[in-house]
Design a protein around this ligand. Sequence first.
Ligand code: HEM
Length: 221
Amino acid sequence: MVLEGAKNSDLSQEAANRFIVDNCKNIYLAGFETTAVSATWSLMLLAAYPEWQDRVRSEALEICGSHLPDSDMLRKMKQLNMVIHESLRLYSPVPVVSREALKDMKFGDLKVPEGVNVWSLVLNLHTDPEIWGPDAFEFNPERFANGITGACKLPHLYMPFGVGPRVCLGQNLAMVELKILLSQLVCNFSFTLSPKYVHSPAIRLVIEPEFGVNILVKKLR
Ligand code: HEM
């Protein structure tokens, strides 16, 4: 599709090459790496918090039985939804959302000149005790029991998928992928953190575990 798009365009050879490379980067980073690293952090948290792993497993087994989940089943997985949201809050794969001012702007007393990039530090917004309460740095999926609005004072500041007209195009797909993967894993295996695991979130293009996540896996059925 990308190649066809480039071929059927009026772009110069150089611009067409850039178009192809940019799209490949976009698909790899936006569509793959973000979801993969979210799955990794969610698994780490489920392994570290066995009571939540049990809750998610019981829910998935009750809803799916021995079937693969369909869209109705995925919608009913509330505990898993809460765990994924809490994981995206604490380990938001994209640490910064930025916007460039295309003209001089004014927000209250704050002047933003044309050309300036404004960075929203997602991690800081997601862990500010004034917004999330005194347990802001703790893993507590229960805070999402009544959705995002029930979880914090200013719901628009929860932005793992960005915000506004350029919000993540793949957010629903990502949630579906994460729910299918995690529900199937917990139904079939149990997880504990290996003593070899070293907790070291590293801020790179996405927030990733610097030394990987070592997990001990036991087959359940
Ligand atoms: C957990 C997984 C994901 C996370 C955390 C994530 C996060 C983000 C963030 C923060 C942005 C920037 C939004 C903004 O600037 O306001 C974004 C944009 C984007 N994402 Fe995702 N994303 C995920 C999965 C996906 C998937 C699976 C796809 C496609 C299959 C995708 C496609 C895109 C695209 C195309 C954009 C650019 C949208 C635009 O500029 O109009 N993302 N994503």
